[in-house]
Design a protein around this ligand. Sequence first.
Ligand SMILES: Cc1cc2nc3c(=O)[nH]c(=O)nc-3n(C[C@H](O)[C@H](O)[C@H](O)COP(=O)(O)OP(=O)(O)OC[C@H]3O[C@@H](n4cnc5c(N)ncnc54)[C@H](O)[C@@H]3O)c2cc1C
Length: 334
Amino acid sequence: MVIVIGGGISGLACAGELNARGLDVELLDRGHKLGGRMASRVIRDSGTDYDGRVVDIGASYFTASDEKFLTVVEDWKARGLARGWTDAFHLASPQGVSGVRAGPMRYAAVGGLRSLLEDLAARLPSTTIRHHHTVESVSITGDQLSVDGRPADAVAICMPDPQARQLLNSEVPGLEATIEATSGVVWEPTLSVTAVFQSTCWIPFDGVFVNDDAVLTWIANDGSRRGDGAPVLVAHVNPVLAAGHLAEPTAVIPSVLAALKKILALSEQPIWVDIQRWTYARPLLARADECYLDDKTNIGVASDAWAGGPRVETAWLSGAALGQRLAERLAASS
Ligand SMILES: Cc1cc2nc3c(=O)[nH]c(=O)nc-3n(C[C@H](O)[C@H](O)[C@H](O)COP(=O)(O)OP(=O)(O)OC[C@H]3O[C@@H](n4cnc5c(N)ncnc54)[C@H](O)[C@@H]3O)c2cc1C
């Protein structure tokens, strides 16, 4: 039995590779739903027409260039779960929108990005998923690995480094190298603000990269992203401002609304607003190695801090590589 900790895209990719190689998996996640940072929330009790509508409040979109990941994306597209959203975003300064920049195809999900992870989970043949399980510790006693006392032949830790380190007690012999492997990269926060409007009161756009602004870095048109045209925007807060408001995120909402109004020349105020905190939104540097597998123990680590991340695609690649390496390691030792 392999225990995978973390039900984001890296954990699900890891479980998929392990299952494909005949290994049973128990996947533990602290949330009540899978998804991690590919989070979609349902608007509730907003008093607007949009109750029940899904909004992407974590990752905005994903790109795909690796052949293996493209196969997964093509399958999602073929089944109507994902779609090519756009290859051009607007650019803005604090004073307003200033142009358009073309780039790679960005993909979105009709049902919200989290629906793609539910799809991955539903197609795992031999993985037991346990929600609401906040793992406290990974331990080694003699040769036996365990996760909160559950024995395991191998453990895959699939989450941001600071969260992974919380599971690794430096006083337990054998964990030193894994602690070292999850150290040294700084993770930055953000806050993600969802704003629902009465009607669309902005120029047509898909997304706006905001440069040199103390409040915002990015604005997504969630109606265009999801394809229903709903007047819903999601704005991401500058990490420096976010870092000072992690304890009380709602305090930044007035500044965010003022910045949105100025940058997009809005004529209306939103009729409903919500905010989500991301303490570890992204690593400021990602290692070139696809993942980490400890030489002596069967403990591995995957996330978007590997495989040249930080992106959805690289998190998938990292988790898949770890699953493959763990399976090879277990096969060689049996
Ligand atoms: C606001 C924001 C915007 C982004 N925008 C983009 C974008 O536009 N394009 C892009 O490609 N990427 C984007 N990203 C990055 C992308 O979301 C990540 O690269 C990817 O989702 C990482 O997946 P992961 O599985 O490695 O980690 P996560 O998604 O963080 O998954 C980790 C999982 O571990 C679980 N967990 C943590 N601690 C414990 C514990 N103790 N016990 C049990 N479970 C635990 C969590 O609940 C979570 O489900 C964005 C991220 C954020 C936050």
